[in-house]
Structure formats: structure tokens, C-alpha cells
Design a protein around this ligand. Structure first.
Ligand code: IMP
Ligand code: MG
Length: 188
């Protein structure tokens, strides 16, 4: 490979290692389990697509109460690294006007998010779920940028995120890097 080509290869710098993530996710699972241990009906765990799919898959395996897993599609970034401000939420195909197979009325709902930034995505999603009059709606996010003006908050947070654009473990930049097992930044 020529030197010129090599210079343009992106460099990945780890911020949260696989090991750190594993330990933290296990601890979050324990806390969530304790909180919902008296639930009478399965906890509805809603993953926000696409970023949360890796985190959710690991987290639910550390939640030891019955769960029902659902996904809701949301996107606010497009291909940019700053929020576009518009949140679009996709509905469940084949279930007109619905975001899940079952109604959340009287149920406990746990929203699982990869990263909380402006909180606009979560605010929209919480609004949608609240319409169904659930018993409770809580949020578990792997990362939180802890912005002072955030529009939503999370009950459970994995890590405080540095003020950088992170990729890996489900997080993408323009659709790429979700499969990296750790979380870090890409520099070119
Ligand atoms: P919010 O609506 O501004 O809170 O944005 C939340 C969504 O933006 C998350 O679900 C992520 O998909 C995306 N996002 C925010 N920050 C980052 C980042 O640093 N890396 C990758 N995606 C991010
Ligand atoms: Mg994203």
C-alpha cells in the first residue's frame, strides 16, 4: 500500500473498551432487575433503532425478569454528526399507527437508547408511549452526553460520554462502524 493511501486510513481511538462495557452492562442489568422484580406482567423493553441493538442484546441477557422486546425506529441525524433537529419515528409494519405489537396501557416500559445527546429523540418517544397510559416509562441509556439543555433524562446511565462523536458497539457514523466491539472516536 502506498504511503499516500495509508495517510487516509481512519484511525480508531478507544474510549470505552469491550471489557469496561461488559462490566457496566452487567451492573445495569442487575439494577434494572432489582427495580422491576415485582412486575406482574412482562417488562416491555423498547430498543431505539438502530444504535441500541448491540446494547439491548447484551442488556436483556442480564435482566432476570420476564421481558417483551420491541423496537422503535427513530432517526434525527441523517448522515451528519450533529442533530438535524427533526426526529422521525417509524411505525410497526403491519400494525397501522402502532409502535409495538401490544398496547402499553398499564404496563411498565423501559426504553433502551445508545446515547442521549439533545434528548429530542427520547422526548418524542416518551410522548408517544405516554399516550398509551403505561404504568411507568423509564430510560436506560448506555451513554449520556449530560447536556444542560437536554430535553429528556435517563434513570440508568452506563457512562458519561465525552464531548466527541463516538462510534462502535451500535453507534454509527453515516451507517458505518456499528460492528466495532468497543466504543471510540475515528480520526482521519
Ligand atoms: P438526540 O435526539 O440529540 O438525543 O440524539 C440521540 C441520537 O443521536 C442517538 O440515538 C444516536 O443515534 C445519535 N447520536 C448522538 N450522539 C452520537 C454520537 O456521538 N455518535 C453516534 N451517534 C450519536
Ligand atoms: Mg445514530
Amino acid at each position: 500500500m502506498s504511503v499516500a493511501t495509508h495517510r487516509h486510513l481512519p484511525v480508531f481511538k478507544t474510549r470505552f473498551s469491550t471489557r469496561m462495557i461488559e462490566e457496566r452492562v452487567r451492573a445495569l442489568g442487575r439494577e434494572v432487575t432489582t427495580h422491576y422484580r415485582r412486575c406482574e406482567e412482562p417488562l416491555i423493553v423498547v430498543g431505539i433503532l438502530t444504535g441500541s441493538f448491540v446494547f439491548l442484546a447484551d442488556l436483556v441477557r442480564h435482566i432476570h425478569v420476564p421481558v417483551q422486546v420491541e423496537f422503535m425506529g427513530a432517526s434525527s441525524y441523517g448522515n451528519e454528526t450533529t442533530s438535524s433537529g427533526d426526529v422521525s419515528i417509524t411505525r410497526l409494519r403491519g400494525f397501522p399507527g402502532r409502535w409495538a405489537r401490544t398496547n402499553a396501557t398499564g404496563r411498565h416500559v423501559l426504553v433502551v437508547e445508545d446515547i442521549l445527546d439533545t434528548g429530542r429523540t427520547l422526548q418524542e418517544i416518551q410522548r408517544l408511549i405516554e399516550k398509551e397510559d403505561p404504568s411507568s416509562v423509564e430510560v436506560c441509556t448506555l451513554l449520556n452526553k449530560h447536556r444542560e439543555d437536554a430535553l429528556a433524562e435517563a434513570k440508568w446511565v452506563g457512562f458519561r460520554a465525552p464531548d466527541e462523536f463516538l462510534v462502535g458497539y451500535g453507534l454509527d457514523h453515516a451507517g458505518q462502524y456499528r460492528n466495532l466491539p468497543s466504543i471510540g472516536v475515528i480520526s482521519t
